[in-house]
Design a binder for this molecule. Structure first.
Ligand SMILES: Cc1cc2nc3c(=O)[nH]c(=O)nc-3n(C[C@H](O)[C@H](O)[C@H](O)COP(=O)(O)O)c2cc1C
Length: 339
């Protein structure tokens, strides 16, 4: 049996995923500054390369990406989520991107929901990342559940998210984070696929990152979707106000990348990455790839798969422009070209 204060009713989890999609599509849920405005890329008046030879492909966690963008974990567990996941997977396959699915807890509790996360038929070649809340390791979940999540979608990696602020504001949140880094490390050491630890909008701090013995990190910095704000839309009374007060709590993404690049692990930069220029700045600051969630979901909401494709094409054009203007023939050459 699970510990009583960990709320594990699948109906609740499924309802929450529905709320998150609706709130993120309809409400103003962004807060704080990612810090990209303060970062300048090194302009080369004569780049000494041809735009046509700029190569955006890279490798991350053993997989080739044609472009260093990952659609971050968004959803699963509902009919709408199935459509979103399938559409994003098709676009990811077409452009050689990576993709994460939303927390798979709903499907671990109710296996009939697993199909809403499965996208391999639409995206056989992409870097596909499973997802669970790390705090669930303090609520009865363990190695077997992590393995099941990976098997469920034939994932290449598993992301465990750290979201203490969200859990505080969330009406049914789990707030016992005692001993969690040790549990994450124990799971990661026994998994057959790489484990990524990600924050979801407050920034993964250096002290925590240094304790983690995992394959990769996702900074999940401040400046994009605020989970404090999202959850404040789902609650009433004083926690609604607390959620608004803490809307911009955390470390801006640009700062978080610079900090985490000292850990020397594969690094995903996310949190407020909105265009290809932001992405180029992230890589110049030390990230290996970038992740985006809200703009991708909003593109889907505004015009379905076609709009997501258009968003990606613009993103790529912006990124390639930064590569050209900094004289960077490939993604590696862009690194360090920021001040
Ligand atoms: C609707 C929605 C649902 C999300 N659900 C999850 C989730 O289940 N697991 C997770 O790790 N992150 C989840 N995220 C967080 C994103 O993966 C990402 O870390 C965060 O939103 C920051 O990126 P952004 O500013 O580009 O949105 C979700 C984001 C959105 C917009």
């Amino acid at each position: 049996m699970f510990i009583s204060y960990c709320v594990l009713i699948s109906v609740t989890v499924k309802g929450r995923k529905k709320d998150h999609l609706r709130i993120c599509m309809e409400e103003d849920v962004e807060a704080g500054y990612a810090g990209f405005d303060l970062v300048r890329l090194d302009h080369r008046a004569s780049p000494e390369i041809s735009l046509s030879e700029v190569k955006t492909s890279t490798r991350f966690l053993g997989k080739r990406l044609d472009f260093p963008l990952i659609f971050e974990a968004i959803t699963g567990g509902t009919g709408e989520a199935r459509k979103v996941n399938k559409a994003l997977a098709r676009v990811a396959q077409e452009y050689g991107l990576g993709m994460g699915v939303g927390s798979q807890r709903a499907a671990l509790e109710n296996p009939r929901l697993a199909t809403t996360y499965k996208v391999r038929d639409a995206a056989p070649d992409i870097l596909l990342i499973g997802n669970l809340g790390a705090v669930q390791l303090n609520c009865g979940y363990g190695l077997e559940d992590c393995r099941k999540a990976v098997e469920m979608i034939d994932a290449d990696a598993l992301a465990l998210h750290l979201n203490p602020l969200q859990e505080v504001i969330q009406p049914e949140g789990d707030t016992d984070f005692r001993g969690l880094t040790g549990k994450i490390n124990a799971v990661a050491s026994k998994m057959d696929v790489p484990v990524i630890v990600k924050e979801v909008g407050s920034g993964l701090d250096l002290k925590t990152a240094r304790k983690l013995k995992v394959a990769a990190l996702d900074c999940g910095g401040l400046g994009g979707t605020s989970w404090s704000l999202v959850e404040s839309h789902r609650t009433n009374g004083k926690m609604k106000s607390v959620g608004v007060t803490y809307a911009d709590w955390g470390t801006p993404t640009a700062e978080s990348i610079a900090e985490l690049s000292r850990v020397k692990k594969p690094l995903i930069a996310s949190g407020g990455v909105r265009n290809g220029l932001d992405a180029a700045k992230c890589i110049a600051l030390g990230a290996d790839v970038v992740g985006a969630a809200l703009p991708v979901l909003r593109a889907y909401g505004s015009g379905g798969e076609k709009a997501v494709r258009e968003y990606v094409e613009l993103f790529i054009a912006e990124f390639r422009t930064a590569m050209f203007l900094t004289g960077s023939k490939n993604v590696k050459k862009l690194k360090g070209k920021a001040r």
